[in-house]
Design a protein around this ligand. Sequence first.
Ligand SMILES: CCCCCCCC/C=C\CCCCCCCC(=O)NCC(=O)O
Ligand SMILES: [Zn+2]
Ligand SMILES: [Zn+2]
Length: 505
Amino acid sequence: MLRMVRLTLTEDVEAVVLIVRTVHLSQRPAQTSQCRQTDSDFIPLNEERLQRFQKALGFESVSRDSGDSNTDEIFKFGEFIIASFPHIHRHSPLVTWERVNNLSLLYHIQGNDPSLKPYLLMAHIDVVPVTNLDQWDAPPFSGEVKDGFIYGRGTIDDKNNVMGILEATEFMLSSNIKPKRSFYISFGHDEETRGNAGASQVANLLRQKGVKEVEFIVDEGMTVLEGIIDGVAGPVASVGVTEKGIVLLNLSVELPPGHSSMPPRETAIGILARAVLRLEENPHPSMLGAGVETDMFESLVPKMSYLQRVVISNIWLFRYPLSWLLSRKPSTNAVIRTVTAVTIFNSGVKFNMIPPLAEAKVNHRVHPSQTIQEVVDYDRAVINDPRVKIEVVYSMEPHPVAGHGESDFGYQVLRTSVRQIWPEAVVVPAIMVGNTDTFNFLNFSTNVYRFSPTHMFPGDPERFHGINERMSVKNYEQVINFFYHLIRNADQAGLSPVHSAHPDL
Ligand SMILES: CCCCCCCC/C=C\CCCCCCCC(=O)NCC(=O)O
Ligand SMILES: [Zn+2]
Ligand SMILES: [Zn+2]
């Protein structure tokens, strides 16, 4: 009897804690409101603009590995950009631009208020190679439109952002609109192979020019997600306010070669296969509750049912079941832990020779609550086999967390711009699960945001570096208008929105 009473009391106390915490979160201030709409605020996706994007997708500007890319195609894509946007490249006295290291591009657009610190927009002009050609619904370098979707490598990574930024800037200049705040645009040419010859050189050049600081930076990143986070209805604009680290490991096993008719009990292939299997079967622990993902879930509260609010408002209590739920999908799993991908596996010389060497590349994307050292130590313990040599090929620690509060100007400019294009969206801070060129620019600003105005539905995250990369025609129009609104909003002294989305968007 006594025990029963004690249990009831404990449950009551927990219930009160849950209710208090839930109420507190749901009382957060509402997000930005919408405002007046005028026609000059909207850039229609006419045939000319659509065709420019399709042509951009036609360049096979592929990066395969450091120093191994289609430089001819990348250069031609640059020439196409220069020829296609006359106000940016020829007519406007406000713009200075140059090629950097022959293949990347840097622009400066002069604003008329020198007291405002400039900002930086980034994107990259290279793409990853195409695989599984026979499974594409349209040729990957065609830019073909099928059932309302534009198909092609680069439609979401990252020619959408390159062309969207250019269209928005060209429209502004051709409409004789002069920005108040200066801005830079950087288009790196080797982001897909770590950006050492592209964005890194652009950063060096900016430093040489005496640029020490920018107000904020926006590069490719997380997206507008709909139906992807279980139980959350409507669009969620996830803005990467930090970025996962990366570590590339080379695992190798060396054993004496010999005749396959007299094999040893274990081969280098078998030993290495067991090591990578152990890594796959022992994922790094969930870091849920330790960082930005907590802010993300708390910002989602307005989109949730009462029961979900209770869970999200008390992650400390529901950490384990919530981690289990999120782990089921690769896209949500990537947000809560350091992930492990065995991406290359090589061995064997001849069918009747015992292999002298087996090698594998293991690519980790490191959660911001962990360090590279912790990840390598964990792997070593999991593999637990001294015959497997573990070498770090390269690594980068996770990025610092950018401000994402009510008074963080860059974040609010992004949030306002998103809400003007997707009025029903909730804007949430998030961890960028992939990597970007921003690591070259971290010394220029603490306000670094990784966001692509790509509207994604279930099945779409797999299109990154995958099969049937595509973007809807309507979404490409939103991309252009998102960047246009962002450029206009960055001119405001305060944070209140000035434009609203076109009704057709
Ligand atoms: C609970 C939160 C759910 C989040 C779901 C995430 C859905 C995925 C959406 C966007 C992911 C963008 C990642 C793509 C990375 C693109 C950049 C890139 O390729 N960089 C190079 C590299 O990382 O190797
Ligand atoms: Zn990219
Ligand atoms: Zn990519």
